[in-house]
Design a protein around this ligand. Sequence first.
Ligand code: NAG
Ligand code: NAG
Ligand code: NAG
Ligand code: NAG
Ligand code: NAG
Length: 661
Amino acid sequence: MAPLMFFLRFLFFLSPVLFLMISTQSLAVEHWCSNDKGNYTTNSTYHTNLNALLSSFISPSNNGNGYGFYNSSYGENPDQVYAIGLCRGDHTWYACRNCLIQIVQQQPEFCPNQKEAFIVNEECMLRYANRSIYGHMETVPAFPLVYGNDVSSSVDGFIQKLRTLLEDLRGQAAGNGLLRKFAEGNANAPNSTIIYGVAQCTPDLTEQVCSDCLVGALGHIPKCCQVTQGANIINPSCYVRYEIVPFIDPTNIRPLPSPPPPLTVIIIVVPIGVSVVLIVIFFYICLRVRRTKKKLETRKLIPGSDNTDEIGSAESLQFDLATIRVSTDDFSEANKLGQGGFGFVYRGRLLNGEDIAVKRLSTNSGQGDLEFKNEVLLVAKLQHRNLVRLLGFCLEGSERLLVYEFVPNASLDHIIFDPTKRAQLDWERRYKIIVGTARGLLYLHEDSRLRIIHRDLKASNILIDTEMNPKISDFGMARLFVPDQTQGNTSRIVGTYGYMAPEYAMHGHFSVKSDVYSFGVLVLEIVSGEKTSGFRHGENAEDLLSFAWRSWREGTASNLIDPTLKTGSRNEIMRCIHIGLLCVQENVADRPTMASVILMMNSYSLTLPVPSQPAFYLHRSTGLDMSLPSEYNSGATRSDRSKSNSVIVMEYETFTEPHPR
Ligand SMILES: *[C@@H]1O[C@H](CO)[C@@H](O)[C@H](O)[C@H]1NC(C)=O
Ligand SMILES: *[C@@H]1O[C@H](CO)[C@@H](O)[C@H](O)[C@H]1NC(C)=O
Ligand SMILES: *[C@@H]1O[C@H](CO)[C@@H](O)[C@H](O)[C@H]1NC(C)=O
Ligand SMILES: *[C@@H]1O[C@H](CO)[C@@H](O)[C@H](O)[C@H]1NC(C)=O
Ligand SMILES: *[C@@H]1O[C@H](CO)[C@@H](O)[C@H](O)[C@H]1NC(C)=O
């Protein structure tokens, strides 16, 4: 403590102006000292190290990373201290340092002996611990600071504008690079109100993790403050803030360095010998390209490969039938990968060597050509690493084909339910599959401009790539939504026995929460290695959900864990079971959103709600299922397709109003 206080006194002595500035600043301050991560004693090595580290943060010679981010550590194991500091993106170095000085000054008072702590005020934050925290997202605790009164008029309009603004800022901030993940903006709300907003993450997070963190912060808004004129939700890794008065100074935002200049300059100075070789290669490539072009004449473009332009028109995605016929060896039996509710899937190889999967739709879909093209255009725009990419389509005569990227491994059901192959899936991989699927689904539900409800999420619709990353397939079949519509009713129910939420199976009522239900079933399947339908435990035939629920109630949930899982954190596994049970709750409103699911997976310190009883609708709907083989089974023989993977297709065409509202 002594060196620090000495240092501060020294500063004050030197600079009365600075002292004045600090003492007049009165920013709201919040702090959290971890009482269960260990304490240090006064004058211990840890204490001295901490003081030295904090003094270095506010030393006049420390400019952080130049963009308001400080990361450093001090001392030796086991007394090493790690700290991160972050200032709001529009702060000058001077303002940033003042803000940090204020926090450092208050630290001994707030958290006098805890090894780990998080102290914030409205404009900067400080985090320290005895473990490495760089690159680790922490979303707990989250402090909501609320500003102003409630919005008095046009509340719904306000909420809508606010949400759009903050969602935009979330994307921008996350995509902003390693130096500073910050975005600011404003939006016009009703009654001449302007909403000003910012979103920021510590820049050590990856784009995806930053985005997840902000999803979490935004998730607090409906609970604390969506009708107030301002709020600031701060957690250790990110925050969002908005107000109806300007609070940032955009002119202070230092521009980020521009990307390195293109490589052309370097080529000029390459020695002549090398140049000759390059020229020869260049001409060779040109010749090849011209030749292939001739061969490819029938195919108008190569979508998804070298065409990085925005997908503009249906033409750029259109394949012609002759090309597809050649690539799939005229839809040969040998190239058949599987069959889903919508038709057979074939493997193909284009002339450029690219592998594709072609879904040949059954001709009686009843959809017009234009409608079909529009749908394809929309779905092709959905691109996420956990979604199977739609490359294009073909529409000729009665043929309707969808062309997808080819995912080399089998679908998840062929691995996880296979007594020998499931051994490939240790817990780490299963967890990766759960998280990836959750991310893909979140993208469909919230991140893409369209709101897509999958409606048939199941193990056979999760394809696994060579790195064991999951990719959700078949999402294009879902009904497409305009952005604000979150639920709907349908007279045509397409789903799979055991995965369908009861409100959907029985009333045709679907929403993002019916997908969450299917996700919950999937998680329980992945943890247990058992199919939801055809699940047997002991002598009694019992479905997976009933068994999971009963075990949970009786405190024996660990019985659910696949016995082949020898390693892996029990804690993490139990948490997944818990999350799975939350997702399959009978009451739609009790099920979490995919954003909360991601949040729950990411923060272990977050206490999960207690699940209520799942929906056991399975018992009531026997007899409705008709067996169809699974969707896609590359790498697997056709005879080992899962037999109980049945698809329900119910038509209620005779009803004009399928579901009483
Ligand atoms: C941090 O301190 C706690 C409590 O003293 C200790 O259990 C833990 O192992 C320490 N962590 C590291 C990474 O040293
Ligand atoms: C650390 O100290 C706080 C009080 O300062 C106390 O509440 C807490 O129980 C202590 N934690 C441990 C692990 O000793
Ligand atoms: C810590 O060290 C300072 C100066 O070295 C001393 O004045 C103070 O009494 C010490 N405190 C304790 C609790 O040992
Ligand atoms: C952040 O600080 C830690 C601890 O000193 C260090 O290991 C790491 O390399 C730092 N990262 C960057 C990007 O400076
Ligand atoms: C607009 O807001 C002001 C206060 O900010 C309020 O007095 C007025 O009634 C509002 N007008 C409408 C049309 O809501």
